[in-house]
Design a protein around this ligand. Sequence first.
Ligand SMILES: O=C(O)CCC(=O)C(=O)O
Ligand SMILES: [Fe+2]
Length: 266
Amino acid sequence: MRPGGRLGLYDLATMQIENGAVQAGSEVACPVHNQAGLRLGGSDHDLAMGYDLLREVDVSATAAQFERSGYLALPGLLTPSALEDLQQEALRLQARAKRRDFRMECMGGTPRHMTTLGGIEIAETAPVISALYRDPMLLSTLGILVGLTLQLADDPVERHVFNMLHRSGDTHGLHTDDYPLALVMFIESPSCKAGCGHLEFFDACEAGQASVKSHTAGDAYLLRADTFPHRVRPIHDGCVRTVLNFAYGAESIPIVGSPSASILYS
Ligand SMILES: O=C(O)CCC(=O)C(=O)O
Ligand SMILES: [Fe+2]
């Protein structure tokens, strides 16, 4: 990769993490697209990323944008085939997920009306998702995009979680996460004109208006989730919003400790 330059598909496809540093490695053929690209989770399944997103990325611009705004959109991160695989896994997760209706006292008493499953049960039920979470190519790619060295979360409950909003009034109220980086991937998302399920986040340092973002199935985003308070707008009858959230640490950023994850996901 040229320092500060544009990152091409081939560069991403050939990057490996060796001794903690990103280096060029051997070319990886995408089993889904039969072309050079990112292969996630090893060779035993065919999850893959949306390559077009990464084809021509100005890495210094994405990192600066993420630092400034706390948010990086990754539209179409999941290929249709990867989305299908995750939708199948999500059905199994939904069968084990628990209903939550309460106020999170440690986050200002904000509401939680949602169906969730935590990382331990996800690891037991959906090995594809845990493999994807740990995939070195995914970690190095995300790290390059935001200019940070990503680390796996120590907490098995919080590292990958399933959040589903599916009843009228369901919402994931305002909060910050314990880990600095959240990769949120959309399995299902309402297309409703009322803004159901839109993400809102605030810059904690500058009191101002919320940034509001909408996403569709297959999209993803990265959020600086420990310092940018965020919430998901309530949905109404007939809307369904299902996401997976992968939590990562980053070198030199301390992890915030709060009981919120164990309350919501245990
Ligand atoms: O569903 C989202 O977009 C946000 C998820 C989230 O904030 C979380 O799981 O901590
Ligand atoms: Fe969050």
